[in-house]
Design a protein around this ligand. Structure first.
Ligand code: ZN
Length: 216
């Protein structure tokens, strides 16, 4: 039972990493048989993983066609996502700083990923791990702020999975980690105004880093 659970998890992680690092290109077909060969496992954990990824908006299942990687978000959708984030996340950070506990701060510090900065040679593995960490970090901040509707609204966009697929770039990770540190520092100081400001800066810089992805 435990073995089966960990195999399912491993298969999920392997496909997730391929999607985030664009080894499976946005919009391209995903063939279960190919994954069976590549990962040397049966169809069952692969179908399970694809179902989970479908729920996360990374995979699309089409009748009679099968699975494909979700298409790249459009520039318009990207602009809308960042507008939504700028409306909600700086205020959530402001609120979170006001009600921050030591326990919540410790959880956020762990989630921020700043503890594991030098992640070894596997750049792409690191990149996909950071995509998830970033999603968890931002979600936890909104959770601390305490508005479940805002949390659901943001979670439903699967923002982090989409934006990290726009390009693969080590700079995206490094700079974002610096900005996460600034957010944590504001939380540690219980400085609500600073938290709002550095969150706004983080989102604005993230936007600027990823915008060139639409140039080509
Ligand atoms: Zn972030």
């Amino acid at each position: 039972m435990h073995r089966a659970a960990s195999l399912a998890e491993e298969v999920y992680e392997a496909i997730f990493a391929r999607l985030m690092a664009l080894k499976i290109a946005p919009g391209s077909r995903i063939t279960v048989d190919n994954l069976v060969r590549e990962l040397a496992v049966s169809q069952t954990p692969i179908r399970e993983a694809l179902g989970r990824l479908e729920g996360e908006g990374l995979v699309v299942k089409t009748h009679l066609v099968g699975y494909s990687a979700a298409p790249q978000i459009t520039r318009r959708r990207f602009e809308e996502l960042y507008e939504l984030r700028l409306l909600l996340e700086p205020e959530a950070a402001h609120r979170a700083a006001q009600v921050m506990t030591e326990a919540a701060l410790a959880e956020l510090t762990e989630a921020a990923g700043v503890m594991h900065r030098s992640g070894g040679a596997d750049e792409r593995g690191r990149y996909s791990r950071f995509a998830r960490q970033d999603a968890v970090f931002h979600d936890k901040i909104v959770a601390v702020a305490g508005n479940e509707l805002i949390r659901e609204t943001l979670a439903h966009q699967h923002t982090h999975f989409h934006i990290f697929r726009l390009m693969f770039h080590a700079r995206v990770t490094e700079e974002a980690l610096d900005e996460h540190e600034a957010i944590l520092a504001a939380f540690a100081a219980r400085d609500a105004d600073a938290a709002r400001r550095v969150m706004r800066t983080h989102i604005e810089r993230s936007y600027a880093r990823l915008l060139p992805a639409f140039d080509s």
